[in-house]
Design a protein around this ligand. Structure first.
Ligand SMILES: [Zn+2]
Ligand SMILES: [Zn+2]
Length: 357
């Protein structure tokens, strides 16, 4: 009888554990949605410190990571260069112009920092920022995304209603050729990646294919004036979808959120490479600089241990504290590992090139 009971208990335990593991991300998200920011900070810390985080992609046996034999693991950093465009339809109460100003203030500082440690990054750029000016009617040829209420809310007017249809001297939150120039003339060979032309939702649910198609055409047109090609792509607001259109425009590699944090670039069903986001820079919680640094170091160390890529991204409008107190220590740590021959550091495109894409 006792054996029987033990058996039942064991089976029940395994069932519950299996259920929790299978739906752990859903449960985690559900809990996060129902607690305050202090509890969120504790929860996030507990999960990071006591689980197997950062989670590594489990490849199937036939899969090959295609890295050169001596590849030790890598670090890729990308920044979503978007200025006011990203915040127009945000449900968070943020002022797009204020965010753009912060981004303007930060970018020269960030460029100096990356130059100091010789770390090239991918600037996932909103195409409109590459323009010096535009006129009313210039974007009329582009198909418009239908209204939606989802990650963002776009429920009235025209998608380009906030476009000042002027120039960067007058409206520097909507155009940034001066910052483009700074990035391109940096001593470090940064990459200009694509973050759509006007920061649209790319999901299948909200974005008809023609809309993304036009966005990428407009992006390429703006980029061609800078001698920049479309290679790497970052979905705005994590709104992944319309991969066929990325393929059509010869995107080589994209970044997206997945259920795991570390992987080598994986080939998707369309033959495109993608890298999962591992984490982002930014003061989300009131943790110490040391604790933040510890987390990023752990991600890099695990990438080396598992021969994967840690892909850390950020909004260039991030808080100054992260830029001055956290990022330098992480960058120097990574640069030292690279000098020791233990870590590859590069842009998304150079990662794709390394794999022969
Ligand atoms: Zn415009
Ligand atoms: Zn964005």
């Amino acid at each position: 009888m006792k054996l029987h009971l033990n058996c039942i208990l064991k089976i029940s335990y395994n069932c519950i554990l299996g259920y929790l593991m299978k739906d752990s991300r859903k449960i985690y998200k559900f809990i996060r949605a129902h607690i305050g920011s202090t509890q969120k900070a504790y929860l996030s810390k507990a999960v990071f410190d006591f689980s197997n985080k950062p989670f590594v992609y489990k490849k199937n046996e036939k899969e090959n990571n295609n890295f050169p034999a001596d590849f030790e693991g890598g670090l890729c950093i990308s920044a979503d260069f978007e200025m006011a465009w990203a915040f127009r339809y945000s449900k968070r109460k943020v002022d797009p112009l204020k965010m753009a100003n912060k981004e303007r203030e930060n970018i020269p500082v960030l460029l100096k920092l990356f130059a100091k440690y010789n770390i090239p990054i991918t600037w996932a750029t909103v195409g409109h920022l590459m323009l010096e000016s535009c006129n009313k009617g210039d974007h009329n040829w582009m198909h418009r995304i239908p209204y939606f209420d989802d990650h963002w809310r776009f429920s009235s007017g025209d998608w380009f209603d906030d476009d000042p249809y002027s120039n960067y001297q007058k409206d520097s939150a909507w155009y940034a050729p001066d910052l483009m120039e700074l990035i391109l003339k940096s001593d470090v060979k940064h990459e200009i990646g694509c973050h759509t032309f006007s920061h649209i939702d790319c999901s299948y649910k909200n974005c008809p294919p023609q809309v993304l198609d036009d966005e990428l055409t407009a992006w390429k047109k703006a980029a061609s004036k800078w001698g920049v090609e479309l290679n790497s792509f970052v979905f705005p607001g994590g709104t992944a979808g319309n991969y066929e259109i990325l393929k059509k425009h010869n995107v080589k590699i994209y970044r997206r959120n997945m259920n795991f944090d570390l992987a080598y670039p994986i080939i998707d069903q369309y033959g495109l490479l993608f890298l999962p986001s591992t984490s982002s820079f930014g003061k989300s919680y009131n943790w110490s600089a040391d604790y933040y640094i510890y987390r990023y170091k752990k991600m890099i160390d695990k990438a080396i241990k598992t021969k994967t890529i840690a892909h850390i991204w950020f909004h260039p409008s991030i808080d100054s504290w992260t830029i001055s107190e956290v990022m330098p220590s992480v960058l120097i740590y990574a640069a030292d590992l690279r000098e020791a021959g233990k870590l590859w550091i590069g842009t998304m495109n150079s990662m794709a090139n390394l794999l022969g894409n």
